[in-house]
Structure formats: structure tokens, C-alpha cells
Design a binder for this molecule. Sequence first.
Ligand code: NDP
Length: 290
Amino acid sequence: MSAQPPVGVRDVVLLGWPVAHSRSPAMHNAGFAVLGLPFVYRALPVRTEDVADTLQALAVVGAVGGNVTVPHKLAVYERCDRLTDEARRIGAVNTFWWEGEDADEARVLVGDNTDARGLERALREDLDLSVRVEAMGGRRALLVGTGGAARAAAVALGRLGAAVTVAGRDVGRAGEVARLAAPSVATVVDLAAFEALAVAVAAADLVVNATSVGLAGEHLPTVLEQLRPDQVAYDLVYGPATPFLVAARAAGAAAHGGEGMLLHQAAIAFERWTGVGAPLEVLRAALASG
Ligand code: NDP
């Protein structure tokens, strides 16, 4: 009889705090099951002070890898032995895995970030964009937010060829995010400068909310809730429609939530851990059933 793999060899984990609300276990476990893959995805609530010990313990038991969510994307970034160019560019890790020997300290922790590629795929699907690399060439995107999701979105919008304006409460940070859209043209606007913001909103074909505003029903500045029917509202927040999306729909604009990005970033990570393409429709159905 062949030896059993060490405990943890097929474990994939989500590190965050909190994690109970996450749809990732449902998506990945549905995908593993339908393909008959011997993997298990578990959400691990981990406090900030326990991130390093948790990673070490997971390496020792031979875990495959995992995802990282709020608030640990930077903490894991700092603890990786190797980072992909994408993780380095975005400055955060949302997907990791070990390479090398099982169950000893020689294992190399590799950090990646699948958020920008996930958003690119979601935008192509939701906006029915062409397969051309610069599918948004000539279109203008207003990106609201300066956190980790906004950094990934700037990379994605830049790669799609959109001209990007970043709106943030902190204009210096907005400038840093705008630089990530290179080589696309990128400018910044102060989220509190209502007249300049109104001009940026009016000029945009696509308005992306990459702040956490709306998760609990909060409103973005009023001008962002006054889109025209020829504009598209895109919210990275997922779950019930945010006031931003509700207002956009009421104005006749197309409106999309963050489920597409969540789905596609998961599919890219799934393929990385298993070496097998993700069954996208199975993941999509598991996400929708939550
Ligand atoms: P961060 O905490 O890194 O960033 C939050 C951002 O929201 C910051 O720019 C912050 O601005 C801004 N913000 C918070 N409150 C306000 C406010 N009242 N007015 C204006 N701006 C505000 O979080 P993330 O970037 O990681 O996540 C942002 C959202 O994106 C979350 O809802 C998250 O769930 C979602 N997300 C979705 C993903 C998906 O797959 N669909 C993937 C990743 C994230 P400031 O810096 O000025 O404080």
C-alpha cells in the first residue's frame, strides 16, 4: 500500500480576520469536488500577531498554499521568500503557495496577486470587451479609492488601455495608485474637490468603486451617484448592491458588482495550486448560491 500524504499536503487555506463571511471555501471546494481533486479549502481566522506562526505551521504540515484577505495582504507579502512581478507591482499578496521539499524549512513561500488579472477577466466578461490587449483603448475610467483593491484595479485598467483618473481622499496616495496604470495616461483628483470630481465623473466611460464604501450601505460623494445611461458603474464590493450601484441602475447606467473579480481571481489561484484549469461555471454557481 502506498504511503499516505502527510497531514496538510492537500490543504489550501484562507488567512484573514474575519473570514467567516468568505465565499472562497464554497467556490474552491465545489471546484475540487467536481474534478475529484483531493484538496480541501479552509478559512482560517488569524490575528495579525499570529500570521508568521501560522505560515510556519502550514509549511511544516505540508499545506499547498492559500489566499490572503483583509487585513493580512501586506503581512504575508513581507514574509514571502519570493514574490511574483505582479505581487511586487501591486505591493500585496492575495495568493501564495510553497515550492520545494515537503514538511521542512527548505520550502520556499511564493507570493502572488491575482486581483488585477481577475478584474481584467471580469471587465472583459461584464463589459463584453474584445480580446485585444488594449480592449479599453480610448475609454476613460474613473477609479475611486487608494487601497489594495484600487492598486490592483489601476494595474488592470492600465493593461486594458484605459485612460485612468484616480480619486482619493489622500491625493499623494492617489498619485501612487495612478502610477500603477502605466503606460496608460493617469491623473488624480481629490475626492473632496467636488467640482473637479464632477468634471472627472462626467468625462468617464467607466466609474470603478475600489473603496470599501457601500459595504454597509454607505454613500460615495453624491456626484458619483449621478451617472448617465451611457456610463458604466463597477463596484469591487460584492454582495448586496451598494447605493452606488443602485443609483447607477436607477439612472439607466449599466452596473456590475465585485462578484466577477472575486470569481476570476479565484479561478487563477485554483489553477496555480492544482495545476488544473478551474471549472469556472461550478465556481460561479457556488459563488451565486451564497
Ligand atoms: P483597503 O482597506 O486597502 O482600502 C480601502 C479604501 O477605501 C481606501 O482607499 C480608503 O481610503 C477608502 N475608504 C474607506 N472609507 C472611505 C470613505 N468613507 N470615503 C472615501 N474613501 C474611503 O481595502 P481594499 O482595497 O482591500 O478593499 C476595498 C474594497 O474592495 C473592499 O470592499 C473589498 O471587499 C473589495 N475587494 C473586492 C475584491 C473582489 O474580488 N471583488 C478583491 C479585493 C477587495 P483612505 O485610504 O483614504 O482611508
